[in-house]
Write a protein that binds this ligand. Structure first.
Ligand code: GTP
Ligand code: MG
Length: 344
């Protein structure tokens, strides 16, 4: 086999923001739009994440995205909880993502967890855009389901537009107070220097085409090189959550961002006191919705490649920690892999 073993992986997108500002709803909307397009099967539910392939993104985005302009396979979205007790998880979520969406309720504006998320993005130098969500709640709003923002904005009354503008400029002002130069996304020329603000509604789908377009454009333009991975190489990932699972004991929900993990691999995981060396017992994926009533919520798979969310069952995982690194040993020197995990 002489094929080039490197390929472009899916960029990992963390969705961050204050509690109830609409992170989960936004992902639900993206999934739901795909269902309406009759392409539900193409969206795969990963552990802690949702993979949306390029052709679905281009269907949802309509004229805004031409799939021929892109060669990244799609986007992998990681949902994070907004509650303050999840700060540490979110700080990890921010760090492991290639790019992020900071969700801000247009009426509620900046809140404590918005600032916390911003701080995490600043520290981890993760490029991000702001989704100014719930535009449908602006008093007098006249909804146009699933349309690009420009179309729906133009058909609002002057008063409604003025109200939305005020809320958006307040968000832009708040970003500026935190040291980010921001503007409405259609005015941003350089997304590395300026933060783009995209008005959206997770309820009506307005602006969602724009959001997906900006995310694809950003990933394509600024991150293509980082997306070039050796897919067949030993897997590298981060623990999202440590969970007990009936029949499997302690498991780690892992985001794999490089290489492949196999059901017979030896792995090293960052632990409370020292790196944990263990053998994978099972790799578990959520079952498709249609099979939800079957006995197990999970399905065993032989291997998974980056980028994906996967539940790893293995002995000795009790001391594993959210945010810790996970590395596959495969044919490498075990001590070297332990050193790598310790260094992270
Ligand atoms: P946590 O996970 O608890 O941090 O919240 P979240 O950010 O995931 O918010 P979630 O998606 O659960 O939404 C919170 C509430 O806001 C729900 O009642 C949603 O139906 C509502 N909501 C979310 N987005 C919109 C929107 O665009 N418009 C309107 N009208 N309601 C919305
Ligand atoms: Mg949520």
């Amino acid at each position: 086999d002489t094929r080039d073993p490197t390929s472009l992986r899916t960029p990992i997108v963390a969705v961050l923001g204050h509690v109830d500002h609409g992170k989960t709803s936004l992902l639900d909307k993206i999934r739901g739009s795909a269902v309406i397009e009759g392409e539900a099967g193409a969206i795969t539910q990963h552990i802690g994440a949702t993979a949306v392939p390029l052709d679905i993104i281009s269907t949802i985005a309509g004229d805004l995205v031409d799939p021929d302009d892109f060669d990244l396979p799609g986007l992998l979205f990681i949902d994070t909880p907004g509650h303050h007790s999840f700060t540490t998880l979110r700080s990890r979520g921010g760090a492991l993502a290639d790019i992020a969406i900071l969700v801000v309720d247009v009426n509620d504006g900046f809140q404590p967890q918005t600032l916390e998320a911003l701080d995490i993005l600043k520290r981890s130098q993760t490029p991000f855009i702001v989704a100014a969500n719930k535009i449908d709640t602006v008093p007098g709003w006249n909804a146009h389901e699933d349309t690009p923002i420009n179309d729906t904005y133009e058909s609002q009354s002057d008063r409604v537009r003025q109200r939305l503008d005020e809320s958006l400029y307040e968000i832009i002002g708040n970003l500026s107070d935190e040291g980010f130069s921001a503007d409405l996304y259609w005015r941003v020329q350089n997304f590395q220097r300026n933060v783009g603000v995209v008005p959206v509604s997770a309820m009506t789908g307005e602006g969602v085409p724009d959001l997906l377009t900006v995310m694809m454009g950003l990933s394509q333009r600024y991150m293509k090189e980082e997306m070039e991975i050796d897919v067949a190489g030993p897997g590298v990932g981060t623990v999202l959550e440590v969970k007990e699972e009936k029949g499997f004991g302690t498991t780690i929900d892992t985001v794999l961002y490089d290489g492949t993990i196999r059901a017979d691999d030896q792995i090293v995981v960052g632990g409370l006191n020292e790196p944990i060396v263990t053998d994978v017992r099972a790799l578990l994926q959520p079952r498709p919705l249609a099979e939800i009533r079957t006995e197990s919520r999970f399905e065993k798979v032989d291997e998974v490649s980056a980028a994906s969310g996967i539940k790893v069952a293995a002995p000795e995982l009790a001391d594993a920690m959210a945010g810790a690194p996970v590395r596959v040993v495969r044919d490498r020197d075990l001590d070297q892999v332990i050193d790598e995990v310790q260094a992270e």
